[in-house]
Design a binder for this molecule. Structure first.
Ligand code: UDP
Length: 234
């Protein structure tokens, strides 16, 4: 992002190239609604009731405890709501376990909160399925890099509620989601989307178009080629 370039340096030939996702990878390939539902049902989610999902490492910057707080506020308005938190336990992230247990304790045995990880067989296809059928995808980060997980959810035409940090605003500016700065805002945005499916669908469609235009691998390849051509002076 331009904001990260030192303003007092004259960087000749500076090129800004955002990341992209591969739409043909298991994480992002198109799943039929039936297949995606089949997968989420296997994990015990009640298909008759709506669910929110956040897919993120268990890390304070991803704020899983804030997501649970927001879910509890949503539940006051929509008692049927379920929450799915998915996080991979990276080998290079020892703090992940502490935060996982902290999150499990915070969920306090609520049977409508589901915590999954790669260690409970939630890998790329399963993440894809949960992102594909969630009623709302949350990314309540309080600090973020680019936030690839937001790209992934937008690509699946899901409405997003996400923290106004890092690379998230530039991804959501196409109209694919609602930016938030607090737990009450997160909850209010989720309720709005859950209560107005037409609005949620429209938002999902806009998000997908924005990703198609800006954050898929063909665009990344074009940018890389342009950069190489520039470097080679051709
Ligand atoms: N991810 C995953 N399983 C999980 C949690 C995360 O596959 O249980 C993936 C997610 O789909 C995304 C990446 O990990 O592709 C996270 O990238 P992001 O830029 O959102 O955040 P980071 O972890 O790099 O801060």
């Amino acid at each position: 992002m331009m904001e990260y370039t030192p303003p007092d340096l004259d960087l000749q030939g500076l090129v800004i190239i955002p990341p992209a996702i591969d739409p043909l990878s298991p994480k992002n390939m198109a799943l039929s609604a039936d297949d995606a539902r089949y997968i989420t049902n296997q994990f015990g989610i009640d298909a008759e009731r709506p669910f929110l999902v956040q897919v993120s490492r268990f890390d304070p910057w991803k704020d899983p405890l804030g997501v649970i707080d927001a879910y509890r506020l949503v539940k006051e308005e929509i008692p049927d709501i379920q929450l799915v938190l998915i996080g991979s336990m990276a080998h290079d992230d020892p703090e992940g376990w502490d935060y996982w247990y902290k999150t499990v304790n915070y969920a306090a045995g609520d049977r409508d909160i589901f915590l999954f990880s790669n260690l409970t067989n939630v890998g790329s296809i399963e993440v894809n399925a949960f992102q594909s059928v969630a009623d709302v995808v949350i990314q309540k980060s309080i600090r973020e890099g680019f936030g690839l997980v937001v790209t992934e959810a937008l690509w699946k035409a899901r409405p997003i509620v996400a923290g106004r940090v890092g690379g998230i605003p530039m991804q959501v500016e196409g109209g694919g989601g609602i930016l938030v700065d607090s737990v009450p805002e997160t909850a209010a945005a989720c309720v709005k989307l859950l209560e107005d499916p037409g609005f949620a669908r429209q938002m999902g469609r806009r998000g997908k178009e924005h990703v198609r235009e800006h954050y898929l691998t063909p665009r990344l390849l074009r940018d890389d080629l342009k950069l190489f051509a520039k470097l080679l002076g051709v």
